[in-house]
Design a protein around this ligand. Structure first.
Ligand code: PLP
Length: 343
């Protein structure tokens, strides 16, 4: 049976050209990029080139990028690594619908009783803007973490509008981190225009290998490493870099950005066909998150409620029919209940 895999927000299949590059890099027998001999220098060259490619794709400086083991690690580095910058302001604001990596890092950051505020979202999955801004402007808030795109309902959050408002606070402006994992390759991603201090990305959501994340750290923003060890990644993240995977990840990210426009058009077309066919079979199906044609939603993400059907049972039945989808869990976001997601 030919399976149909529709769960790209969970992880996406390795692209053919990325797989080829990955295998080539493995076969090249690269050494440790911190070694000075020929193998080490070859690995360093591969790593440098990968960083340059990702920097060019994201229109940032290569010194602003740190390769990590996952977006989860990059998120922890941003949320926790900058907490010592101003101990009087270790409080944090997030949306209530952040990925569990952000919510978990936020809990760790505020373990000592520092304020942690989770701002809720409306029925369209978007944050209550004024409430978020008010919370982010609090005296003891040193960091704000707001996702660009939600992995379950696909709502896009107004990160640029939030940073524009926060800029008015001048020196009292909190650091801003955005989880951009689901935005990469799905919507235009202009980190500079977003005016954020940190952003986290993951290669495996865009046809790259598992286990490679990227932390964007705006020039001048210092981070205390989460682990002790070597001085890799400009002292930001100890541990020998996984060069072949990073080389492959860089290609995947480059392709995702280059093809983003075409991908969006295709998602829109496929989405319209999916939705009209679903509604013709299940007329009372409803879409969770932003409305069908809203610009504030990921065009590849369809989170629908089918009245009378249990999400988990449906996912299991569809799996037997060869269709891979997932059911969103209300406990992950605390905002929406009884939904079945198709992404
Ligand atoms: N943030 C979002 C929105 C995600 O969807 C994911 C993936 O599950 C992550 C973060 C974590 O990414 P990674 O698997 O690279 O740790």
């Amino acid at each position: 049976m030919n399976r149909i895999y529709l769960d790209h927000n969970a992880t996406s299949p390795l692209r053919d050209e990325v797989r080829r590059r990955y295998l080539e890099a493995l076969d090249e027998g690269l050494g440790n990029p911190s070694s000075v001999h020929a193998e080490g220098r070859a690995a360093r060259a591969g790593l440098d080139e990968a960083r340059e490619r990702v920097a060019a794709a994201l229109a940032v400086h290569e010194d602003e990028l740190v390769f990590t083991s996952s977006a989860t690690e990059a998120i922890h580095m941003a949320v926790l690594g900058a907490r010592h910058a101003d101990p009087a302001r270790s409080g944090l604001v997030t949306s209530a619908v952040e990925h569990s990596a952000v919510l978990g890092a936020a809990r760790i950051r505020t373990r000592d009783g520092a304020p942690r505020i989770e701002v809720g979202v409306g029925a369209d999955g978007r944050i209550a803007f004024d409430e978020f801004l008010g919370a982010a402007s609090g005296e003891r808030i040193g960091c704000v973490s707001l996702q660009l795109a939600n992995n379950e309902v696909g709502a896009l959050q107004p990160v640029a509008a939030i940073t524009a408002e926060l800029a008015r606070l001048g020196k009292a402006r909190p650091l801003v981190h955005t989880d951009a994992v689901q935005a990469l390759g799905r919507v235009p991603l202009a980190l500079r225009d977003l005016d954020v201090d940190f952003a986290a990305l993951s290669a495996h959501k865009v046809g790259g290998p598992l286990g490679v994340g990227v932390l964007y750290r705006r020039k001048g923003r210092s981070l205390v490493p989460l682990m002790e060890g070597g001085g890799q990644e400009s002292d930001a993240r100890p541990g020998t870099e996984n060069v072949p995977a990073i080389v492959a990840a860089a290609l995947a990210i480059e392709l995702a950005v280059a093809e983003q426009r075409a991908a969006l058009a295709r998602y829109r077309e496929l989405g319209r066909a999916f939705w009209s066919q679903l509604r013709s079979v299940v007329p009372d199906a409803t879409l969770n998150g932003p409305p069908v044609d809203a610009l504030e939603r990921l065009a590849n993400t369809w989170n629908v409620s089918l009245p009378g059907l249990d999400g988990r049972t449906l996912v299991a039945r569809l799996d037997l029919e060869g269709l891979s989808v997932s059911s969103g869990s209300a406990c992950a976001s605390g905002s929406l209940e009884d939904r079945k997601s198709v992404v």
